[in-house]
Design a protein around this ligand. Structure first.
Ligand SMILES: N[C@@H](CCC(=O)N[C@@H](CS)C(=O)NCC(=O)O)C(=O)O
Length: 202
C-alpha cells in the first residue's frame, strides 16, 4: 500500500485529498516539525529533502514535489477525472495550473510562515498571493473549477492554499468566485475525510 507522509494542514493535504478522490488505498503518516514520523521513523530517511509531501510507492520508490505528485496521483485512476489523459494538451493545462499554484501561489507564502520575516516582507507576500488569486478569479470565469466542470488535482492544491488564507491574514472576500470555489471544495467528501484524518477542524 502506498504511504503518504504529511504535515497536518500543509501542502501535502492536496495529495491526501487526491488519493481519497481517486480511491487509491494508502496509509497517511504524519510527520512532526522535528521530522519524526508517526510510525516511529526519521522522515529524513524517507527523503533527505525533509519536507512533505512524500509518497512511498508500492515498490518502495519515493516521489516528492507537489507539482509531480499531484499529476501522478491523478493519473492513477482515470475514472476519477482528476486529470485528463497524459499526452493530451488538456493534461498539461492541469499541470500548468499545478506549476502556477506551486511556484506563484504556494511559494509566495514563504515569508508568512517563516519565523523572523519583517512586516514589510509579509505585506509584500500577501500582496503577491492576492494578486495571483485575482488572476485565478478572472481565469476561472463561470466554471466551478479552475479548468472547467471537473474537480482536478490543481483544484485540490488551490483549495489547500486558500485554507491557509485566514491564518496568514490574506483576505479573499473581494474575490467572489475564489470564495465560492473554496466553499465548494470544502464540502467535498474527500476534503472532509482528509481533514479529519489530519486532525483538522471540519
Ligand atoms: N517544493 C516542495 C515544497 C514542499 C513544502 O513547502 N512543504 C512544507 C509544507 S507546505 C514543509 O514540509 N515544511 C516543513 C519544513 O520544511 O520543515 C513541493 O512543492 O512539494
Amino acid at each position: 500500500m502506498m504511504k503518504l507522509y504529511y504535515l497536518s494542514g500543509a501542502c501535502s493535504l492536496a495529495s491526501h485529498i487526491c488519493l481519497i478522490e481517486a480511491g487509491i488505498p494508502h496509509q497517511a503518516i504524519a510527520v512532526d516539525r522535528q521530522k519524526r514520523t508517526a510510525d516511529g521513523g526519521n522522515f529524513l530517511d524517507i527523503t533527505p529533502k525533509g519536507y512533505v509531501p512524500a509518497l512511498v510507492l508500492d515498490d518502495g520508490q519515493v516521489l516528492t514535489e507537489s507539482g509531480a505528485l499531484l499529476p501522478y496521483i491523478g493519473t492513477l485512476n482515470p475514472i476519477a477525472k482528476l486529470i485528463p489523459q497524459p499526452g493530451t494538451l488538456a493534461h498539461f493545462r492541469v499541470t500548468e495550473w499545478c506549476a502556477y499554484i506551486n511556484s506563484e501561489v504556494h511559494k509566495n507564502h514563504g515569508p508568512l510562515f517563516r519565523p523572523g520575516s519583517t512586516d514589510e516582507q509579509k505585506a509584500a507576500a500577501r500582496e503577491a498571493v492576492l494578486q495571483r488569486y485575482a488572476f485565478i478569479e478572472n481565469a476561472m470565469g463561470d466554471h466551478p473549477f479552475i479548468t472547467g466542470g471537473d474537480f482536478t488535482v490543481a483544484d485540490a492544491y488551490l483549495y489547500v492554499t486558500l485554507s491557509w488564507a485566514a491564518r496568514v491574514a490574506i483576505d479573499v472576500s473581494g474575490l467572489p468566485r475564489i470564495s465560492a470555489f473554496f466553499l465548494r471544495c470544502a464540502a467535498r467528501p474527500s476534503v472532509i475525510a482528509a481533514r479529519a484524518d489530519e486532525g483538522l477542524p471540519a
